[in-house]
Write a protein that binds this ligand. Structure first.
Ligand SMILES: [Zn+2]
Length: 127
């Protein structure tokens, strides 16, 4: 957990991965939730260099200080609460199913981890 926070404070997203079953261990935990193994490796993702994409599962109706809060599932299976930047373009209006990409992560002034996303594409499930 400390390793996760140390990385996050430098703007790097660290995800523990179980060496046995290769599943991502999230939220960070000393044991794998799937096989209870404690042999972990860390995968470091820097949003300024690496693409971390995901899909919105739930999103708030309104913007608060220029962001919407959303529950997002990443490509690696990690699910987290993120913030999605305000977007005036209806093509990329964040909604359920929208494709998003992490632009920044870190620890905010209140000492809370944050994950900031931008919307790449509006939900394709709309008819
Ligand atoms: Zn495992």
């Amino acid at each position: 957990m400390q390793r996760f926070l140390d990385a996050l404070s430098k703007g790097v997203f660290a995800v523990a991965r179980c060496r046995y079953c290769s599943s991502s261990v999230w939220p960070p935990s000393p044991v794998c939730r799937r096989c209870l193994n404690s042999d972990m490796e860390w995968v470091y993702i820097d949003p300024s260099k690496d693409e971390i994409k995901g899909r919105i599962m739930v999103v708030s109706e309104s913007y608060i200080r220029g962001v919407r809060f959303a529950f997002i599932e990443l490509e690696n299976g990690v699910r987290l609460f993120g913030r999605v930047l305000e977007d005036d373009n209806p093509e990329t209006e964040p909604s359920i199913g929208s494709l998003v990409m992490m632009v920044r992560c870190g620890i905010d002034d209140d000492n809370e981890p944050y994950y900031l996303f931008k919307s790449l594409q509006a939900s394709t499930s709309k008819t």
